[in-house]
Design a protein. Structure first.
Length: 150
């Protein structure tokens, strides 16, 4: 039985790049590697593919965070500061649960991120529910990125 982890999405299955991994025994985050080289022009935002999806338990989410070296040295940030990937995003019908990084280049020069470079990190979290949460009706996920507001 799978509990939590990462898999390549089908369109990236045969590409050679590592799945997210922790670098030290006490690292909280799983470094996310890029499957291909991408350039972010100065003062722009771009959705950057990771080629991976994440599976987890129903009471968990994956927080996506920019690596500090990307923020400090390369002037990159996540557009939404922290990405939140819900458990039901995995294998959704729109994009198979593909983790996309919404990156912004706040610098004055283009930034090229090389294939295999570690850009962000994912941390699995558990969350709590409010007392009256079960009273409110819930919809089933019907799509991918940004689909809960459709």
């Amino acid at each position: 039985m799978k509990i939590r982890g990462f898999e390549k999405i089908s369109s990236y299955k045969n590409m050679d790049f590592p799945l997210p991994s922790r670098q030290t025994a006490r690292s909280a985050g799983y470094d996310i590697y890029l499957p291909e080289t991408v350039t972010l022009p100065a003062h722009t935002q771009k959705m950057v593919p990771t080629g991976v999806k994440a599976y987890m338990q129903d009471n968990e989410y994956l927080g996506i965070h920019i690596r500090s070296s990307m923020a400090v040295k390369r002037h990159l940030r996540l557009v939404n500061n922290e990405g939140i990937v819900d458990a039901d995003y995995y294998n959704n019908p729109d994009n198979e649960g593909h983790l996309l990084l919404a990156l912004a280049n706040d610098g004055d020069v283009p930034v090229t991120l090389e294939k295999g470079e570690r850009v962000a990190q994912g941390i699995f979290y558990t969350y709590l529910l409010a007392d009256d949460d079960a009273k409110a009706p819930k919809q089933e996920r019907s799509g991918g990125f940004g689909s809960t507001t459709k």
